[in-house]
Every structure is written in structure tokens, then in C-alpha cells.
Design a protein around this ligand. Sequence first.
Ligand code: SF4
Length: 419
Amino acid sequence: MDFSKHPCFSAEARHTTGRIHLPVAPKCNIQCNFCNRKFDCVNESRPGVASTILSPDQALGYLKEVDDRVENLAVVGIAGPGDPFANAEETIATMKKVGEAFPEKILCLATNGLGLLEYVDEIASLNVSHVTVTLNAVYPEIGAKIYSWIRFGSRVLRGVEGAKLLLERQTAAITALKARGVTVKINTVIIPGINDGHAEEVARYAAALGADVQNCIPLMHVEETAFADRPVPDAGEMQALRFAAGKHLRQMSHCARCRADAVGKLGEANTEEIQALLKKAARIGPTDEWPFIAVASREGLFVNCHVGEALQLWIFKNENGKPVLIERRPTPVPGGGDERWEALAKTIPDCFALLASGCGNAPLTILAKRGIAVTAAECLVRDAAEPLFRGEPIPKVLERAAGSCGSGALCSGTGTGCA
Ligand code: SF4
């Protein structure tokens, strides 16, 4: 295996080569007790955070622009902000497009491993050479304390039952990846009092499966998580447990705990230019085919409805830079899961943007796939529609975070989610 150019797998390469994470995977299939994907801030640097979501086509366009500006971008990865295989269609489509356009880049995925197994053949055939699997426990009793639930197909499993299934799926996926020659890194989040005495066992287990390297990551404090008040391990504790785990599996100790839209060398914050490129990539201006904007509104004057609660969408055309109402279209009735959002996309096939005061991850992803960018805002329709018709972002002060609603419950208009 060649670790030499991947900045995460080689401590030397981190000084010379960079990576780009493409944020195409908003949904997640597990709730880890240390993770909160609701926080979305350009100044926050941790996994699970991205300032926008891109469709596979947008991600490729963005990558082309970034690659022209950032030197030695050796690795293209997908690391969320949810899980790549809770968004498998987008993940595979993105890897395929990137591999065709940039055959020289190292392709990399970081996943919790729950949904990975079914895609191992495809991953290998797309030349994805590096996969990171987060393996926090190899005893289900310990895993049960780390995961509040896992969703597998239509089932939601909790406690030991969920942790056991997760471990089985991770074990099978790692074994399958190694059988196909893929380099596998194990991420282990070290949570004092839960699994800090367990890292060596994880290393031993993963080494037996053929994993190549382990990255023990100290717990980070993240607001509004079950582990928000836990102590974090200090440097001495991390060194000791890496030493013990290192007897079984090579250790990585320079992880920068990157955002899901990180670009450049490890530890460097995204520049303003990169943030602007990311925003630009996520934005689609009006075209001949998609000239209109749809607005989730109660009365057609303000953007004041969540996507999940909108009974109708108000459709505006551009007349000399001003939004002019042309019609109202009813939205599909609640229920039906993703089919509701597919049906919603079909009601606005001529719109390039949807303005709403909130939007869950499921509609955000499905609409993005259909080329409809959801912009979350609370303001007069006019104030958001005018810049969008000009192909510009809406003023920051009007923005809300799309995709931050969460998921699951019927949307009540209070940011609790779309269904
Ligand atoms: S989070 Fe850690 S392993 Fe992932 S890209 Fe950043 S440095 Fe590499």
C-alpha cells in the first residue's frame, strides 16, 4: 500500500499535499452520542459540519474550480456531513464523476460502516483506494453506550441490539474491503469512561480483519449532545492508549478532525475564497429551462414557511429584476417519506430555487438532485428573490441554515424536521 501522498495516512504528506472533502452526504443513519450535525458555522472545525450541501454535479464543478487554485490537492474525499452510505446514490455518483475527471487523484471515503457492505464492489471498481471506518467499540455493550440509535433499512435499533448489528456490518465491510485491496483506516473516538480502556481491543480486532492504520481521536465537546459534559482525554492519556493500541495496529496521531467541507492541508482553515466557491457551487441561477423561483409562504409576501409545512408554493418569475407572482401550486400531502419530496420536485420542474424558512435534510437532498437549490431565509420574498434572479447569494443577514431542521417527525414549522 502507498501511504505516501495521502495527508491523513502519512504524517509527512500532510506538509506537502492537501485534501478536499465534498459535502454531498447530508443524511446520517446513526445517532452517535458525541455528534450534533445541526451546528453549521464556518468557524467551527469538526466532522459533521459543512456550510452547504452540493449535488454530485455541483461537487464536480466546485472541485474543478478549487483544483485550479489549491496546490497539491492529492485526495478527494466524502466525509459527510452525514454518512456517505446514508446517501449512497450521491456518494457513488460523485466518486464516479471525480474519478473520470481526475484519474490521478486519490479517492477516499469516511463512513460509520453501517451501509458500506453493499457498495464495496462498486467502491473498488471506481478505484476508491482509501476508506475510513469509525469503529468505536468491538463489544456491543460498550457500543450501546455510544450510539443512541441506528437506522438500518426501515428498522431503528437501540442499545445492544443496534450496536451488535453495527459491529457485524462493520466487520463484514472491512473484511470485504481488504479482500479487494482497499486501504482501511479505523477511526476510534476516545470517550473517557466509555471506551478509553477499549482502544487496544479495537486495534487488535481491526488488525485481525486486515485494517492498515488506526486513528484514535479524543472526544470533542459538542453542544447539545449526550456527551457534552464528559471530560475529554488529555495528551498524556492519548499517548498511552495509542502506545498500547500501536502494538497491534499502526497509529495515526496527526488527525485534524476536519469539517465535511475541508479543503487544503490538514489543520488549515478554509479560506474566504474557498467558502465563496462553495457557496457559488451550491447556487444555481435562472436558466431558460428553469426560470422561476418557488417560495414557501403563507400569504405570498414573506418567506415564512418550512418546506415540510407549506401547503402551497408561490411561483415567481423575473421581470426586470423584480419577482412577479405567476401562480400558486399545491404541495403533496404529508407522509410517504422520500416520495413526498420527489413529488414536490415534480411540481416545480421549472424552478431553479426554492425559498423556505426551513428545510430538513431529506427534501434538501432530493431537491438538490433535481437541480433545485433550497435557500433558507426569513424575509420579504422580494429581498431574497432579487439577488437569486441575479445569480447572487441572498444577504447573509437573511440566511438561515438549510438542512438544519433534523429529520423524522412531521414538520411543525418549528424546525423539528420534514417528513
Ligand atoms: S478528519 Fe482526520 S482523518 Fe479525516 S481528513 Fe481530517 S485529518 Fe484526515
